[in-house]
Design a protein around this ligand. Structure first.
Ligand code: ARG
Length: 472
């Protein structure tokens, strides 16, 4: 079994084995030391752990448990430990189990007996819950900022393509003409909701567990409001048992991350299709594509493919966390140590995928002529012709039938609807179609008619972009 992440972590268990051994008659089994340790992955929480400890010490002074001098010594010890960690000078020790015990142990080494007072009225149970919440809060702030940048890139690309005609699809069959800008703004809507979900989740993440101690609270009567204020929490977990055992904030985050990646995955699937020679609607920037080891001509859309693939991973982390919690009685159980790797991986994966899209989207080139040609080929104004007939008092179902016949005729001659004569368009059953029909059959005419909130008309796309920019 190996310890991941920090190459400077001591890989070998200690023969004398483990801390907190007062009540035991033998050292911790060497395998058990490795099996139960979390230092390989929870060292990532060192900043939050130190910030939480400084706030806790400050509160202990305020309620008279620590003197001013003791508190100052602890704070300066913790500050230098942070420097040691950031300079790569602290060796994490596996027999000290986790980031909390490693830091506390180092504090005692540095400042002596005063360091032993820090853990008064606190447990690793409320400590770790506080650390994770602080860490996730910072992660959400970073992700929301990234989402904002991606949304801006999307709005910019949509603006440049507010008039670009393309076929809109249902069943992946050309359906009706739309504007590429409108299509891009559909992705904007999804990603905007993803951002709102993270911001909403942040409210429930940002509640303070510290003060719950092991599970029952603390006889020192901690000033929890004061700690919450020092650490920037919006509120306090109101029940000590819930405070130490709850991980639903992490589950909620992973659910939001999974949904966000699901949206990004769908979008990437489109990019993969559209960048293919068969569609050729868009060209992806070369620096976001890779070559083939055997086929010299290949330009593979690896980045969007990988984002599509990484979605499975984050969906998996969500299931991991849900399953982790489902059998746990109150309050803290060691199972909870398993919450970190899935959560960290979900954060990192979402962040990396956002970084990739932020770099790629501004450099996506729309192949406007190809999109236009594809729209012309697909009889995409057939519905507009039916609507024209309705305006000439033909009931919609009859209109649908008449247009179907015109499409059949045009297809058999390899023509577009706009290339049929008035006689051909009317067919044997009607005479209501007149030369003004050709305005209806143009693509620009078709999109311009959808000029209402949510419609594809360029005018509406521009208004949607203005509203969007005000949101970001
Ligand atoms: N490393 C532990 C975790 O991540 C810290 C809490 C340990 N608490 C305990 N009662 N053993 O959950």
């Amino acid at each position: 079994m190996t310890i991941k992440e920090n190459p400077s972590a001591q890989l070998t268990p200690n023969k004398k084995g483990g801390s907190l051994r007062g009540r035991f008659s033998e050292a911790t089994d060497e395998f058990v030391q490795v099996f139960t340790a979390s230092i390989g992955f929870d060292q990532r929480l060192y900043r939050e752990d130190i910030a939480g400890s400084i706030a806790h010490a400050t509160m202990l002074q305020r309620i008279g448990v620590l003197t001013e001098d003791e508190c100052a010594t602890i704070v300066s010890g913790l500050t230098s430990i942070q420097e040691e960690i950031e300079n790569g000078e602290l060796t994490w020790r596996i027999e000290l189990e986790d980031v909390h015990m490693n830091i506390e142990h180092r504090l005692i080494e540095l400042i002596g007996d005063t360091g032993k007072k820090l853990h008064t009225g606190r447990s690793r149970n409320d400590q770790v819950a506080t650390d994770i919440r602080l860490h996730l809060r910072a992660a959400i702030d970073m992700l929301v900022e990234q989402q904002g940048r991606l949304l801006t890139a999307l709005a910019d690309l949509a603006e440049a393509n507010a008039d670009t005609i393309m076929p809109g699809f249902t069943h992946l069959q050309a359906a009706q003409p739309i504007t590429f800008g409108h299509h891009l703004m559909a992705w904007f809507e999804m990603l905007r909701r993803d951002r709102e979900r993270l911001l909403d989740c942040r409210k429930r993440v940002n509640q303070l567990p510290l003060g719950a101690a092991a599970l029952a609270g603390s006889p020192y009567l901690p000033d929890r409001e004061f700690v919450a204020e020092l650490l920037g929490f919006d509120g306090i977990c109101e029940n000590s048992l819930d405070a130490v055992s709850d991980r639903d904030f992490a589950i909620e985050f992973c659910a939001a991350a999974a949904l966000s990646l699901t949206h990004m995955s769908r979008w990437c699937e489109e990019m993969v299709l559209w960048a293919s020679q068969q569609f050729n609607f868009i060209t992806l920037p070369d620096r976001f594509c890779t070559g083939s080891s055997i086929m010299p001509q290949k330009k593979n859309p690896d980045v969007p493919e990988l984002i599509r693939g990484k979605t499975g991973r984050v969906n998996g982390q969500l299931i991991t966390l849900l399953t982790l919690m489902k059998g746990q009685p109150l309050a803290y159980n060691k199972d909870n140590q398993e919450d970190k790797e899935p959560l960290f991986d979900a954060i990192d994966t979402l962040s990396n995928c956002l970084t990739a899209l932020i770099g790629m989207v501004p450099n996506i080139q729309a192949n406007k002529a190809v999109m236009l040609e594809a729209t012309l080929k697909g009889f995409t104004t057939a519905t507009d012709l039916a609507d024209y007939l309705v305006r000439k008092n033909v009931p919609f179902r009859d209109a649908h039938d008449l247009v179907g016949k015109a499409v059949q005729l045009a297809a058999s001659q390899g023509k577009g609807l706009e290339e049929l004569s008035i006689e051909e368009l009317n067919g044997p059953d009607t005479t209501v179609i007149e030369p003004d029909v050709y305005q209806v059959l143009t693509l620009h005419g078709s999109v311009a008619t959808r000029d209402h909130l949510g419609g594809t008309a360029p005018n509406q796309v521009r208004q949607a972009i203005t509203r969007a920019r005000a949101l970001i």
